[in-house]
Design a binder for this molecule. Structure first.
Ligand SMILES: *Cc1c(COP(=O)(O)O)cnc(C)c1O
Length: 382
């Protein structure tokens, strides 16, 4: 029997090289709790690069979304429009405040929220729109911002997958009122667990710092703006330790190199798999000319669930691990309990059966891409 050993994993966390060095510096500095040198270095790096008004590091993108929900003052029965085809945290952050996710369908070209369905989902209770930039490819932010402005709604960009991707020369996460980044080890730039809240409207900065610091005005105290710090608002422990910041800083220093490599691997898959698409055997990702992607996910769309199961098994026999996501939120147990669908969900239901993510990681070699491509050709030439 063949061993079925995985030789090409789906993901391989990349260590840029200076992580231990920076962690050692943090340890030697004597400040291990948050908001120290490394937290500030990371926040400044992100602020300059992405061009937003303020950045606060968090324990995760989930935590950044939770902060955004508090800052938008989401209360019981407030409605928040989002795609069903996303990770649970997109919805959970608002449900924790008593909000109701209103799920809409996605576009069948780039699998992002279908902006033409947003206005039908708006009610007097609507408070916010949450575009999720799937695979690091930007949603139609021009249209979404225009709708939000017309109806006076908040826009929170779920930019978990979109660090350093652009939409019309602006960075994803810098366009809505808030952007939420993830540094989970499955993302492009990592710190194990980690994230950041991007704030684009300066009006929210002061309150965001308070929520970040357990509901106290500690940040103002450290700046000498108040004489003692006290409990002034709701909040939580959203601020990560310096150890996370130190690790993350090493990654940010290598960010351009990491993104360039991922874009290269993405393009290589595109070029090599194009003939299969031209024969109608698979569908490749679509990226609108307004968008520049960070090469976060390379996916293909197959014909149906049965074909996907067979293909996953076939790849596994060649030692290749390919995975799929998401189970749609609108029909999940919690999605049905806490939210509801608006309109049909045919694209979401269809795509969640047909999408398959291929291995893509910084250290992937051309030969490894070729092995995956060869296995796909083997499957479809049968
Ligand atoms: C990964 C991901 C999240 C959650 O990120 P964490 O940092 O793990 O909390 C949220 N939304 C989307 C779209 C994601 O891909």
């Amino acid at each position: 029997m063949s061993s079925n050993k995985i030789t090409i994993p789906f993901n391989k966390p990349f260590i840029a090289g200076k992580e231990f060095y920076h962690i050692a510096q943090a340890v030697l500095s004597g400040q291990l709790s948050g908001n120290g040198l490394y937290t500030k270095l990371c926040q400044d790096w992100l602020k300059c690069k992405i061009n937003c008004k303020k950045v606060l590091l968090t324990h995760s993108c989930t935590a950044a979304l939770e902060m955004a929900a508090i800052l938008c003052d989401i209360r019981a029965d407030d409605e928040v429009i989002m795609p069903s085809f996303t990770f649970v945290s997109t919805a959970n952050a608002f449900v924790l405040r008593g909000g109701v996710p209103i799920f809409i369908d996605i576009r069948d070209d780039n699998l992002n929220m279908d902006e033409s369905l947003i206005e039908d989902a708006i009610s007097p209770k609507t408070k916010a729109i949450v575009p999720v930039h799937y695979a690091g490819v930007g949603c139609d932010m021009e249209r979404i911002m225009a709708i939000a402005e017309k109806h006076k709604l908040f826009v929170i960009e779920d930019t978990a997958q979109g660090l350093l991707s652009c939409y019309k020369d602006r960075h994803l996460g810098s366009i809505g009122h808030f952007g939420c980044l993830s540094f989970h080890e499955t993302k492009n730039i990592i710190s194990g667990e980690g994230g950041a809240l991007l704030i684009n409207d300066p009006e929210f900065i002061e309150r965001a710092e308070i929520i970040w610091g357990k509901g106290t005005n500690r940040s103002q105290f450290f700046r000498g703006q108040v004489e003692k710090y006290t409990w002034v608002d709701i909040g939580s422990s959203f601020l990560p330790s310096e150890l996370m910041g130190a690790f993350l800083y090493a990654q940010l220093e290598a960010a351009d190199k990491i993104i360039a490599k991922r874009r290269y691997l993405f393009q290589r898959y595109m070029d090599r798999l194009r003939p299969l698409e031209l024969k109608g055997l698979i569908r490749l990702p679509y990226i609108d000319h307004a968008c520049e992607s960070n090469g976060h996910i390379f996916y293909i769309l197959v014909h149906n669930l049965e074909e996907r199961d067979l293909l996953i098994n076939q790849l596994r026999k060649s030692g290749i691990l390919a995975v799929f996501h998401y189970v749609p939120l609108h029909s999940s147990p919690a999605g049905m309990k806490y939210g509801r669908a608006c309109g049909g969900m045919s694209v979401t239901n269809d795509v969640s059966d047909r999408v398959l993510r291929l291995p893509l990681y910084y250290e992937m070699t051309d030969a490894e891409v070729e092995s995956v491509v060869t296995a796909l050709y083997g499957f479809y030439n049968k």
